[in-house]
Design a protein around this ligand. Structure first.
Ligand SMILES: Cc1cc2nc3c(=O)[nH]c(=O)nc-3n(C[C@H](O)[C@H](O)[C@H](O)COP(=O)(O)OP(=O)(O)OC[C@H]3O[C@@H](n4cnc5c(N)ncnc54)[C@H](O)[C@@H]3O)c2cc1C
Length: 384
């Protein structure tokens, strides 16, 4: 190995949490912000459909998988009001959508630019893809795929989860956490579509159709858009459900809030009165073996079968996987992390931030909030 350079603090990952940490550090000398990509913030740039859903007005641990006590501790100090103020003060305008979701008013790029400006003065090392982390007698060594290793006295792992490998994701943080004795909760793709069993093959004929539905998993439900896709089902209602799904059945109400009794005596054809796009209505009638005809002509057994659309149960075959998942659930267990500093209780000088930890939020800005807030807690500790 060629000779190594040494810094006091290395931040592995210039994504949401790494950039925020760099932005909040008071002493920037001897700090190095590292990323395998040639530029920082790849996920921020594409997030929220190009407009970055920064955070949510309704911030509460119930929107997360993760230790509620830790979440309360972190958000008790750095919440959505802090986050919005921080970005507003740096010229990022936001817009409230869907009642509670704060998006960048213009482009995600504005969020990324603000973070980069705020992090000025911190040395950056981009295109430095770490293939191995070694614990040394004093500090750590980061061994890249190519070039010289970097040594650091303290290391912040902000390397994210396994989702979207094409944007730079890797398992480096999880692997090193395990090697250094930290519990790592099993990981799985989350905020992702479901693939189907043969019994739901007819969904594929609806590819491209969107409906309003209520998806229920693990005693939780989401009423939102459901999208029939070529590989299965997707859309916000399904994505949220995937966060809580542990194999087994889910239930979908394809007629949320609709009372079938109200159309029983109608003269019009059923397919025109169901609150579904015509293509979807006809596909469901076919599967339920109901001939499309005036509602008043339908028999009792047919109405009973239609009621089943309020509680359509099936077990997804799986998910679309990490290549399509917005986040990774599971990760470094919080039991060995001090929530007041984000430092490991097992390895002094080692910190974990953001998605690499076992905290995953629903859609709506919850994952950036966690990334930014966990970084702020860590920055406060490092600044002391
Ligand atoms: C398409 C998409 C849209 C999203 N939209 C939203 C949204 O609108 N709102 C929201 O709240 N959340 C959104 N998310 C989730 C959000 O982007 C993540 O939860 C958040 O970025 C996690 O921050 P992080 O700092 O932990 O990790 P990341 O932001 O993923 O940063 C980790 C960084 O580490 C680098 N890295 C990883 N491995 C290595 C290695 N071996 N060597 C060197 N560098 C490495 C990566 O290149 C990356 O830059 C979205 C995710 C995706 C994929």
């Amino acid at each position: 190995m060629k000779s190594t350079k040494t810094v006091d603090l290395a931040i592995l990952g210039a994504g949401a949490s790494g950039l925020m940490l760099a932005s909040l550090l008071q002493n920037r000398k001897n700090v190095c912000l590292i990323d395998g990509n040639p530029a920082p913030g790849a996920k921020i740039a594409v997030s929220g459909g190009g407009r970055c859903n920064l955070c949510n007005a309704h911030l509460d641990p119930s929107y997360y998988r993760g230790d509620a006590k830790v979440l309360r501790s972190v958000f008790g100090r750095y919440d959505q009001h802090w986050l919005l103020r921080w970005f507003h003060e740096r010229g990022v305008e936001t817009r409230l959508e869907k009642g509670s979701q704060y998006f960048a008013k213009e482009r995600s790029r504005a969020v990324l630019d603000a973070l980069q400006r705020a992090a000025r003065g911190v040395e950056t090392l981009y295109g430095f893809r770490v293939k191995e982390i070694r614990k040394e007698a004093e500090g750590f060594s980061l061994i890249p795929e190519r070039g010289r290793a970097l040594r650091c006295r303290r290391l912040v792992i902000a390397s994210g989860g396994l989702s979207f490998p094409k944007l730079g994701a890797s398992g480096i943080g999880l692997e090193f956490a395990k090697e250094s004795g930290h519990p790592v909760e099993p990981t799985a793709p989350a905020l992702v579509g479901f693939t189907l069993q043969p019994a739901q093959a007819f969904f594929k004929s609806l590819s491209g159709v969107a409906v309003e539905a209520e998806v229920r998993v693990a005693r939780r439900c989401w009423r939102d858009r459901l999208l029939f896709a070529h590989r299965g089902i997707s859309g916000p209602a399904v994505l949220n459900a995937s966060l809580w799904w542990e194999r087994g059945e889910i239930s979908i109400d394809f007629l949320p809030g609709f009372d079938l009794n109200e159309i029983r005596s109608e003269r019009k054809n059923l397919s025109t009165l169901l609150p579904l796009p015509k293509r979807a209505a006809l596909a469901f009638l076919k599967v339920l073996q109901i001939r499309d005809r005036p509602c008043r002509q339908l028999g009792r057994a047919e109405w009973e079968r239609l009621e089943g659309l309020h509680d359509y149960r099936f077990a997804p075959a799986g998910t679309f996987g990490y290549s399509k998942a917005e986040v990774t659930r599971g990760g470094v267990g919080l039991s060995r992390i001090d929530p007041l500093t984000m430092e490991s209780r097992l390895v002094p000088g080692l910190y974990f931030l953001g998605e690499v930890l076992d905290v995953t939020g629903e859609l709506g800005g919850y994952n950036f909030q966690w990334a930014f807030s966990s970084a702020a807690v860590c920055a406060e500790a490092l600044n002391e």
